[in-house]
Design a protein around this ligand. Structure first.
Ligand code: UTP
Length: 290
């Protein structure tokens, strides 16, 4: 029987150097898509998948994220005094309940695997989701909710995957695939950022995972991988053969907001999908002389 998925880890300790100068004084995860910071999209996606505890692995200079998920007395008092009831209601509606968010710090940016390891004590001995907020998926049903449904059937470890052009395999974790059944593909191997000629496929891992707690034992060995970082992919690869392990082809379009053009594309795609700003934005785009 699969254990219920209750916890999600958000590794947000990275420096965001590709997004400079925007990320000099604000965290990458606070960059906005239309009118919401990336981290809020990620938290809402986790909540829609039934997650009850949100674990943020942060670092120095990231405290605006904590403020974002806290009550802002001054703002609320001002909105109340101006009788802006709808705005006040909207502000309260998405706040996590008391005690639902846990913050811990990654003291040094030693890699994604290291960031996940920082959450080990808080996760304990149960399965957990990992969401990288700079990967954002536009879909009818949120990506993690799709994965949670598949997980209830197959258990084990599940990673969201998509096909990429072969010349881009050196930017991603790449799957060595086994049998495919619908949206699920058996994972036989995982390689971090292989050169196109060495890549076992073009099926790449995106920032959504459901992981069994046994991964912490491997992460705790703190072995360095690609880029001299402690890679999550390397420890996940050790679970292959020990536990069920599947790639999940989600329904939706993923945008890499850690990259400037991906971030701009996400703003356009999410903007067009919004009933309030979409029609005006579409008119503007149609009028562009490209
Ligand atoms: P990235 O590879 O995008 O790295 O990390 P980064 O440092 O955030 O950004 P660039 O490359 O310098 O622009 C993928 C995810 O892993 C987290 C990041 O916060 C991001 O969500 N991460 C990465 C950590 O939490 N800690 C790390 O040491 C590295």
């Amino acid at each position: 029987m699969t254990k219920k998925l209750r916890k999600a880890v958000f590794p947000v300790g990275g420096l965001g150097t590709r997004s400079l100068p925007a990320t000099k004084a604000i965290p990458k995860e606070m960059l906005t898509i239309v009118d919401k910071p990336l981290i809020q999209y990620a938290l809402e996606e986790a909540r829609a998948a039934g997650i009850e505890q949100f674990i943020f692995v942060t670092s120095r200079g990231k405290s605006t994220m904590e403020d974002h998920f806290d009550v802002s007395y001054e703002l609320e008092a001002t909105l109340a005094a101006r009788n802006k009831k709808a705005e006040l209601e909207a502000l309260r509606q998405w706040l996590p309940s008391i005690g639902q968010v846990v913050y811990t710090r990654q003291q040094e940016p030693l890699g994604l695997g290291h960031a996940v390891l920082c959450a080990a004590q808080i996760v304990g001995d149960e399965p957990f989701a990992v969401l990288l907020p700079d990967d954002i998926v536009l879909s009818e049903k949120p990506c993690l909710a799709q994965m949670a449904e598949a997980y209830a059937d197959v258990g084990g470890n599940l990673i969201a995957v998509m096909d990429v052009p072969r010349e881009q395999t050196n930017k991603y974790g790449i799957v060595a695939p086994g049998a495919t059944d619908g949206r699920l593909t058996e994972v036989k191997g995982l390689v971090e950022k292989p050169k196109p000629e060495d890549a076992p496929s073009t099926l790449s891992v995106i920032g959504r995972y459901i992981i069994q707690p046994e991964v912490f034992g491997y992460l705790n060995r703190r072995e360095r991988g690609a880029g001299n970082e402690i890679q999550l992919t390397d420890s996940l690869a050790r679970l292959i053969g020990e536990q069920p392990f599947h790639g999940f082809r989600y329904d939706g379009t993923r945008y890499d907001c850690g990259d400037k053009s991906g971030f701009l594309a996400a703003n356009i795609a999410f903007g067009l999908a919004r009933p309030d700003v979409g029609p005006g934005l579409a008119d503007f785009i149609r009028g562009l002389k490209l």
